[in-house]
Design a protein around this ligand. Structure first.
Ligand code: NAD
Length: 446
């Protein structure tokens, strides 16, 4: 979808006018394409503990140019703050203020990342305060960075190493162009599970993935991205979208399955199709979703029920079938589309937000049920994404909505797809029951 303002700003005169008038100046985001280097420029890894040393050594093996101390005036591609040994809020001062001046040396599209521990498992209130402080720190810093630079964090559960497979995978995701529209967010690594990715351009080689609502928009982008990353894709959508579905499948191979996700046997049909046609089933992406907006005062039963049924109840029913199936036990992955509306709420969307909040609850409660099979389930919550759905929003509302985030622009369907592809990988096995927002750090709400 087009964003004429961003196109105008990317020209010399446009940039000058925006600067003079103090208008938003959205940067050209560095987005991933196969073969691209992970990032350009040296990476400053700060922190004096054993975890920081181990991480710096590991990152050297990624062919990154690692610095353990800032070199004055040197331009940096990334800063990684290792804060895994915090005991009190006072412990934040030295490492945090220590990188302050280096922030001026960040290149465009640079990354600032924290690696710290979850506050819920702290030994005492002071340690919990220090750990939770990192949350506020990173989210605020994300709002200060410019030029397409982002700040995100990796949270480690107890006993989880800074070099655990999923912690490293999360760091790589955040450093790369795959996370271009993820800003001010955290990924929590709950275990050392997961096998490292051998081919970073095709992390899903040999996997069979089902994507619902794949005929257009975000679903079509997910199907294309999973295919690009090596997966064979089963693209699911309603019969009425058959032509568009066929076009997607024609461009990526795989197979189409015309199916309404609310039908009682949807889970069984998905499993049978994947096994009969492709011999296995590894990944299910619940993307099919609808909006039927109305203020609650004017909400009718049809609007309410259709949204809850498609966006939430269908996923619960399909998951039940997946959990019962012997064909979904080899490190299975489920990724569900939530929405920032389901976290922060949105006027006119009580039904939609209830359904998407429901998805988050479902993901958290389903994670332990998949654990015995080395499985994971996570939600991805998009913010303003440039699709046919958001193109229909009236111009002024749309323009405000797309600028109200730290990156001052809308995301692309591909940005959402990259987050899903990452969570679908074997290396992300230690991340489960989590919610990752792909929203450029929405200013409004949570
Ligand atoms: P879209 O309307 O462009 O596409 C949705 C697809 O789902 C369509 O192809 C539709 O035919 C299919 N679908 C609808 N009901 C179905 C059913 N019962 N069975 C099978 N398929 C069905 O929507 P989109 O903007 O691409 O959104 C995709 C997902 O992302 C949705 O879950 C949506 O709630 C979520 N999301 C989108 C945005 C955004 O900004 N576009 C923001 C947050 C969340």
């Amino acid at each position: 979808m087009s964003d004429p303002y961003s196109s105008f700003i990317s020209t010399g005169p446009g940039r000058k006018i925006a600067r003079q008038l103090g208008l938003p100046q959205p940067a050209n985001l560095r987005r991933y394409s196969p073969g691209q280097p992970l990032l350009t420029g040296p990476v400053l890894v700060t922190g004096s503990g054993a975890g920081a040393d181990a991480l710096a050594t590991e990152l050297l093996s990624w062919d990154l140019d690692i610095r353990r101390h800032a070199v004055p005036k040197e331009k940096l591609g990334a800063i990684i703050l290792v804060l895994d040994e915090l005991r009190t809020p006072a412990d934040l001062e030295v490492p945090v203020l220590g990188v302050g001046s280096s922030l001026r040396d960040l290149m465009p599209n640079a990354r600032v990342l924290s690696v710290s521990r979850t506050a819920a498992d702290a030994a005492d209130p002071a340690q919990a305060a220090a750990r939770q402080g990192v949350d506020g720190l990173v989210r605020s810093l994300a709002k200060e960075l410019r030029g397409g630079a982002t700040a995100n964090g990796v949270l480690l559960a107890p006993q989880t190493l800074t070099t655990s497979t999923s912690a490293l995978a999360a760091l790589r995701f955040f450093l790369s162009g795959r996370s271009a529209f993820v800003d001010g967010q955290f990924l929590t690594v709950t275990s050392d599970a997961g096998s490292p990715t051998l081919n970073h351009d095709r992390p899903l080689e040999g996997k069979v993935a089902v994507v619902t609502g794949a005929a257009r928009g975000i679903g079509a982008a997910i199907a294309r991205t999973l295919y690009r990353d090596g997966a064979t894709v089963v693209a699911v959508d309603v019969t009425a979208a058959g032509q568009q579905l066929a076009a997607v499948v024609n461009s990526i191979g795989g197979t189409a399955l015309q199916l309404d996700v609310t039908s009682p046997d949807a889970g069984q049909r998905i499993i049978e199709h994947a096994i009969d046609r492709h011999g296995r089933l590894d990944i299910v992406v619940h993307n099919a979703g609808i909006t039927r907006d109305k203020l609650l005062a004017n909400m009718d039963q049809q609007r309410w029920n259709s949204v809850i049924s498609i966006n939430c109840e269908a996923q619960l029913r399909i998951n039940r079938a997946l959990l019962d199936s012997e064909h979904f036990r080899d490190g299975p992955r489920i990724i569900s589309l939530a929405s920032t509306s389901g976290i922060a709420g949105n006027r006119g969307q009580t039904n939609y937000a209830a359904s998407k909040g429901g998805v988050i609850g479902m993901v958290q409660a389903t994670a332990p049920l998949l654990a015995p099979w080395g499985g994971s389930i996570n939600a991805v919550a998009p913010g303003f994404i440039e699709t046919e759905m958001t193109a229909r929003i009236p111009f002024a509302t749309r323009e405000v909505a797309r600028r109200l985030n730290s990156l001052q622009q809308g995301g692309t369907p591909g940005d959402v797809a990259e987050a899903i592809a990452f969570l679908a990988s074997d290396a992300a096995a230690g991340i489960t029951g989590d919610v990752l927002r792909v929203c450029g750090q929405n200013m409004v709400g949570a």
